[in-house]
Design a protein around this ligand. Structure first.
Ligand SMILES: CC/C=C\C/C=C\C/C=C\C/C=C\C/C=C\C/C=C\C=C\C(=O)SCCNC(=O)CCNC(=O)[C@H](O)C(C)(C)COP(=O)(O)OP(=O)(O)OC[C@H]1O[C@@H](n2cnc3c(N)ncnc32)[C@H](O)[C@@H]1OP(=O)(O)O
Ligand SMILES: Cc1cc2nc3c(=O)[nH]c(=O)nc-3n(C[C@H](O)[C@H](O)[C@H](O)COP(=O)(O)OP(=O)(O)OC[C@H]3O[C@@H](n4cnc5c(N)ncnc54)[C@H](O)[C@@H]3O)c2cc1C
Length: 627
C-alpha cells in the first residue's frame, strides 16, 4: 500500500534516540546537516536518476555518466558549493566516473609530490577542470610490484626534456580509471633514466590528448580496456590502456618534491624517504577505509529492512509467519555485519586522524610515524574491503531469491565494490606489508626498543620479548600464517578504536548502550569465528569460549528490537539505496511486482526473436505430433 509505513511497528520498538545516532554516524551535527541537504538535492533531481543503469548498453551507459558528471559540475558551480559539499554531491550521485580519479588521485598526486611551483601551475587548471587527469601507474605486466614498472622517462640534456617511452607490450599502462576516453593528462609513473643510470620509479605529468579536439597527441596510443564484471557497476568508468612512443615532456613536468633533476641532468634526492613517491596510494587507502563503512552499511540496511518484511514458516493458528529477522541464524549472519559497519565507521575516523597527523609531522621533517601509517592504511584497507565485499554478498544471500534481482540493488553494489579488494594494492600483498612491519617490530623488541602506537601491545607480550628473529628468515615459507597474524593485528586495531569511541561522551538516550552492544557483537563474533585459535593457544578455556558464545546470543536479542532504527541511523534516502528490498517504507511486494513490468522484455507480449527462433520449433513439434 502506497504511503503506509510497513516498518512502523519495528521503528516503535527502538530503545534509543535515532536522531542522535545519526549524528554519531555522520561524525557531527554539521556533517549530518550537509549530508541531508546534498542527498535531497540529488534525490530530487531527475537528472541523477540511476534505476535504469543496469539495463543500459555500455556506450549509452558511459555517455550517461559523462552527462551526469557534467551536470553535477554545473550544479556545483551554480550553487557555489564548497569542496566538502561538492564531494558529498559526487558521493550521493553514486556513479563511479572519471571524476573520482581526477579529484581522488590526480590532484592529490600533484599536491603530495609536486613542488610549490608545480602546484601553482597545475592545481588551478585541475580545480577548474580545464584539464582532466588520471593516475597511470599500473601496467599490463606489472601492478603490485611498483618497482618492477617498465615505462621509461629518459632525460635528454640537449633539449631539457624527458622522453617517455613504453619499451615492451607489458609496459603498456593498463587499468587507470578515466584514462580510456576522457583524461587530457596523466600523472604517469616511469623509471627515471639519466645518462644510462636507472634511478627508479618517479611521477611525471604527461599530456595525453589535445585540449582542442580531444585527439591523442603524437606518440600516444590510448583507449578503453573493455567491459568489466557486472551490469552497470564499474562499467561507467573508462579504465584505459596507454602506450608512449618517445613522447617528449619538459623537465619541469617531473613531480619534484621528493627528488629533483637539474638542468645539467644531476639527480638530487631530498632529505625525505623515497617511499613518499607512494604517498598518493597511502592517501587513497585511508579514504577507501572510510568508504568501506558506507558500502557495507548500504548492504546491511537493505538486508535488515527486508529481513523484517520477509516472513517464512512459523505461522500459529493461521496468523502471520515469522519475520526472518527473528531467526537466530539470520541474526548471527546479519548482526555481525551491522556491527562491522559501525566498527569500520569509527576506525575510518581514527585513520583519517592518523593520516592528518602524519602529514603534519612530514611538514616538520618528522618521518618517524610513516611506517606505522603505511602499515595501518595498507592493513585496514585490506581488512575492511575484504569484509565489506564478502558482507555485501552475504547480504544478498540474506535476502533469498529476491536479493539476486538487480532491483534489490545488491548485485550492482557487489560488482562495483569487489574490485576494492584489488585496486590500491591487492589485499594479500598489502597484508604482507603489515606482516613485514610486525616482524620488524618483533626483531626490534629484542634489542630493547619499546614499540608505540598501534603496536605498543607487542611490547607487553612476554614471549615476543625473548624473541630473536631476522625479518626475512622464513618469511616466504610462513607467509600464509603471517597474513593471518596481520589480519589479527588489524582486527585488534578495529576493536580498540571501537572501545576508544565508547570512552567518549556520546549524547542521546540509549545511543551509547546500543553502540556497546554492537561493539560486543563485533569482538565476540570474531572470537567465536576464531575460537579454534584461541583454544589452541590457551588464551581461552572451553568454558570461557562457551560463555562468550552465550553472551553473543544475548547481544543479538538486545539488538533485535533496535535493528531497523540502527540502519535508519545511516540516513540513506531511497534514491541513494536504489533498492526495492531496502525501501524505507518496507513496501516491497507491490513495488517488486510493478518493477517487473517495467523491464524492457515486457514491453511486448511476444518477444523479439519469437518468430525466428521459437515459432519454427513449435511448428515442428506440431508437425511431429500430427505424424
Ligand atoms: C568504486 C569506488 C569505491 C571506493 C572509492 C573510495 C574512495 C573514494 C575517495 C577517494 C579516492 C578516490 C578515488 C579512488 C577510487 C577508486 C579506486 C580507483 C582507482 C584505483 C587506483 C589504483 O589502483 S592505483 C595503483 C595502486 N597500486 C598499488 O597499490 C600497488 C601496490 N604495491 C605497492 O604499494 C608497493 O609495490 C609495495 C608496498 C607492495 C612494495 O613496494 P616496494 O618499494 O617494493 O617496497 P618494499 O621493498 O616491500 O619496501 C620498502 C620499504 O618501504 C616501505 N613502504 C612501502 N610502501 C610504502 C608506503 N606507501 N608508504 C610508506 N612506506 C612504504 C616498506 O614497508 C619497506 O619498509 P622497510 O622499513 O621494511 O624497509
Ligand atoms: C577496477 C580497477 C581500477 C583500477 N584503477 C587503477 C588506476 O586508476 N590506476 C592504476 O595505476 N591502477 C589501477 N588499477 C590497477 C590495480 O592497482 C592493480 O590491479 C592492483 O594493484 C593489483 O595488481 P595486479 O593486478 O598486478 O595483481 P597481481 O599482483 O598480479 O596479483 C595476482 C595475484 O598474485 C598475488 N600476489 C602478487 N604478488 C604477490 C606476492 N608478493 N606474494 C604473494 N602473492 C602475491 C595476489 O595476491 C593475487 O592473488 C585498477 C584495478 C582495478 C581492478
Amino acid at each position: 500500500m502506497e504511503g503506509v509505513d510497513h516498518l512502523a511497528d519495528e521503528r516503535k520498538k527502538a530503545e534509543f534516540n535515532v536522531e542522535a545516532m545519526k549524528i554519531v554516524w555522520a561524525g557531527s551535527q554539521h556533517n549530518l546537516e550537509v549530508s541531508n541537504r546534498i542527498s535531497k538535492l540529488v534525490a530530487d533531481d531527475p537528472a541523477f536518476r540511476k534505476d535504469d543503469r543496469t539495463m543500459l548498453p555500455r556506450k549509452e551507459l558511459f555517455k550517461n555518466t559523462l552527462r551526469k558528471a557534467a551536470y553535477a559540475w554545473k550544479r556545483i558551480n551554480e550553487l557555489r558549493l564548497s569542496e566538502e559539499e561538492a564531494s558529498k554531491l559526487r558521493f550521493y550521485v553514486d556513479e563511479t566516473a572519471y571524476t573520482d580519479l581526477h579529484w581522488g588521485m590526480f590532484i592529490p598526486a600533484i599536491k603530495g609530490q609536486g613542488t610549490d611551483e608545480q602546484q601553482r601551475k597545475w592545481l588551478p587548471l585541475a580545480y577548474k577542470m580545464q584539464i582532466i587527469g588520471c593516475y597511470a601507474q599500473t601496467e599490463l605486466g606489472h601492478g603490485s610490484n611498483v618497482q618492477g614498472l617498465e615505462t621509461t622517462a629518459t632525460f635528454d640534456p640537449h633539449t631539457d626534456e624527458f622522453v617517455i617511452h613504453s619499451p615492451t607490450l607489458t609496459s603498456s599502462k593498463w587499468w587507470p580509471g578515466g584514462l580510456g576516453k576522457v583524461s587530457t593528462h596523466a600523472v604517469t609513473y616511469a623509471r627515471l633514466i639519466i645518462d644510462g643510470k636507472d634511478h627508479g620509479v618517479h611521477g611525471f605529468i604527461v599530456q595525453l590528448r589535445s585540449l582542442e579536439d580531444h585527439r591523442p597527441l603524437p606518440g600516444i596510443t590510448v583507449g578503453d580496456i573493455g567491459m568489466k564484471f557486472g551490469n552497470g557497476a564499474y562499467n561507467t568508468m573508462d579504465n584505459g590502456v596507454l602506450r608512449f612512443d618517445h613522447v617528449r615532456i619538459p623537465r619541469n613536468q617531473m613531480l619534484m618534491k621528493v627528488s629533483q633533476v637539474t638542468r645539467e641532468g644531476k639527480y638530487k634526492q631530498s632529505d625525505v624517504p623515497r617511499q613518499l613517491v607512494y604517498g598518493t596510494m597511502v592517501y587513497v587507502r585511508q579514504r577507501i577505509v572510510a568508504d568501506a563503512s558506507c558500502y557495507l552499511s548500504r548492504a546491511v540496511c537493505i538486508a535488515t529492512r527486508y529481513s523484517a518484511v520477509r516472513r517464512q514458516f512459523g505461522s500459529q493458528n493461521g496468523g502471520p509467519e515469522t519475520q526472518v529477522i527473528d531467526y537466530k541464524t539470520q541474526q548471527s549472519r546479519l548482526f555481525p555485519l551491522l556491527a562491522s559497519a559501525y566498527a569500520f565507521r569509527f576506525v575510518g575516523e581514527w585513520l583519517e586522524w592518523l593520516y592528518t597527523d602524519v602529514m603534519q609531522r612530514l611538514q616538520a621533517n618528522d618521518f618517524s610515524t610513516l611506517p606505522e601509517a603505511h602499515a595501518c592504511t595498507a592493513g585496514l584497507k585490506s581488512l575492511t574491503t575484504s569484509v565489506t565485499a564478502d558482507g555485501i554478498e552475504e547480504c544478498r544471500k540474506l535476502c533469498g531469491g529476491h536479493g539476486y534481482l538487480c532491483t534489490s540493488g545488491l548485485p550492482e553494489l557487489f560488482a562495483v565494490y569487489v574490485p576494492a579488494c584489488t585496486y590500491e594494492g591487492d589485499n594479500i600483498v598489502l597484508l604482507l606489508q603489515v606482516a613485514r612491519f610486525l616482524m620488524k617490530t618483533v626483531s626490534q623488541i629484542g634489542t630493547g626498543k619499546q614499540p608505540v602506537g598501534t603496536i605498543a601491545y607487542m611490547g607487553r607480550i612476554e614471549h615476543l620479548m625473548q624473541c630473536r628473529c631476522n625479518v626475512q628468515r622464513g618469511f616466504a615459507e610462513l607467509s600464509a600464517d603471517l597474513v593471518e597474524a596481520a589480519v589479527a593485528h588489524c582486527q585488534l586495531i578495529v576493536v580498540s578504536k571501537f572501545i576508544e569511541k565508547l570512552q567518549q561522551d556520546i549524547p542521546g538516550e540509549g545511543v551509547k548502550q546500543q553502540l556497546e552492544a554492537l561493539c560486543g557483537i563485533y569482538y565476540l563474533s570474531l572470537l567465536h569465528k576464531h575460537q579454534g585459535d584461541f583454544l589452541a593457544t590457551s588464551y581461552l578455556t572451553p568454558k570461557q569460549s562457551a560463555l562468550a558464545n552465550d553472551q553473543l546470543r544475548a547481544l543479538y536479542s538486545k539488538v533485535r528490537p533496535n535493528a531497523i532504527a540502527l540502519v535508519d541511523a545511516f540516513n540513506y534516502s531511497d534514491h541513494f539505496l536504489s533498492s526495492i528490498l531496502g525501501r524505507y517504507d518496507g513496501n516491497v511486494y507491490p513495488k517488486l511486482y510493478e518493477a517487473a513490468w517495467k523491464d524492457p522484455l515486457n514491453e511486448s507480449v511476444v518477444p523479439d526473436g519469437y518468430h525466428e527462433y521459437v515459432r519454427p520449433l513449435l511448428k515442428q513439434q506440431l508437425h511431429t505430433a500430427r505424424l
